[in-house]
Design a protein. Sequence first.
Length: 511
Amino acid sequence: MSSTLTPEREGTLDDTDPSAEHDRLIAESLQTSQRRSERVKLRRGLTFLLMTLVLPGSAQVAAGNRRLGRAALRVWAALWVVAILAGLLVLVWHGAAVNVMTRPLTLRVVQVLLVALGIGWALLFLDAWRISRPPEMARRHRLGFALLSIGLSLAVASGLVASANVVSAQRELVSSVFAGGGDKVAKAGRINILLMGGDAGPDRNGLRPDSMTVASVDQVTGRTVLISLPRNLEKAPFPASSPMHKKFPQGFDCPNDVCMLNAVYTYASTHKDLYPKVKNPGAQATKEAIEGVTGLTINYWSLIDLKGFEDLVDALGGITMDVYRKVPIGGGPTHPIYGYVEAGKNRHLNGKEALWFARSRSDSSDWDRIVRQKCVMNAMLNQLDPLTVLTKFNGIASASKEIVATDVPASQVSKMLDLAQKAKTKPVGSLAIVPPLLKKPADPDFGKIQAAIADQIAKSEAMDEPKPSATAVPAGNASASPKPKSSSGSSSSDPAKKGADTSNLSKVCSA
């Protein structure tokens, strides 16, 4: 008789064999234990990564090089202390904080520290991956864990390096733009800033500031009056202390009516011997001419190249403003009209549209251009908030380095920012030197112009003075001081009347 079992019999015996069942249970137990061990190792590695993300160095203290971990924790703690102290300094002594933080040396130190921190933090993530012992992890977990570790290290490094780039842009902006040289002392309680829009096109003999506006700002309240001057104004007088006064004692005048206000810049730039120690003779001479015209002492000047202005607006993400009339894009002897900035309320303009709205001469007058330029300035003032500047600083700084020049020193940046923030909360006053205030650009009445400017500034300052109560006016004198008629009632369709309107600039620019 054969002892060989049939397949059916063999299977029956295997199924009921106690030793086989025991082996199966052991195998399942081992697999469960292995999976549990794999999960523990993965959780351990993820915990180290999280510890490194939240508290750099803590993973090394727990399971790695404790000396390295303690050093990293001390650095992290020191950074928090510095950040808290900086925050308190900003809250308690805002001006000093901004002054310190805008110094080129401070910004250079911060830039180097950010790069070093980015590299150091990234290395801590890689070390956290190492001490997690990835070879002991399940094969299916190794690649994902490695990619996560590398991703976190790259994320923190790139984030801090990007922050260092922002700091670098700010340092370069401060160094190249805010060269200093202006007068920080307020004049009669006001800071007067000359804003010039220059155009150095290929058909020009040097740069000419075709847009000239004085922003007269109350140093306490920030309430601002924008005073616009026409580029074709002639016979601008210079203060006796000006080198240009010796050359033009009767004002900037010459044959053929070519000595206009916007030509002062070019003349001084080509006669640098008049200003041997001045970095920008053209801007200095123009500032002195504006002082002679307005009767105001100018603290600072700022020059923006109008073509580069397009890049600056684009860096801001555009501006939103009312376009009170349709304005051609292009036009003139060398440029055909090839489009229009369409009229409408709350129109979002890109850099090109904003530039042409401000500068277009087609189907327009100098008076209307003055109004449009002030409307663009007002829109930018209202939208240039700290969050916009912070989130788009690299683009703004890159554009500004190429197109902006000013004699505002870096130490006064904080004060200028504070005044700008205050100015945003109040209506901006407007005065333009246009008819009927200016009958003939070739023969201006500077006494009349200066009186109108002084009157407009007085009206602006009066808006912040305490209003007398009704009982303070004697009953018999209720009509003794009639209310001056507002110019806002005039037809806004007349560019000259719109430009001369001294009411709220937001109303002047409304569509």
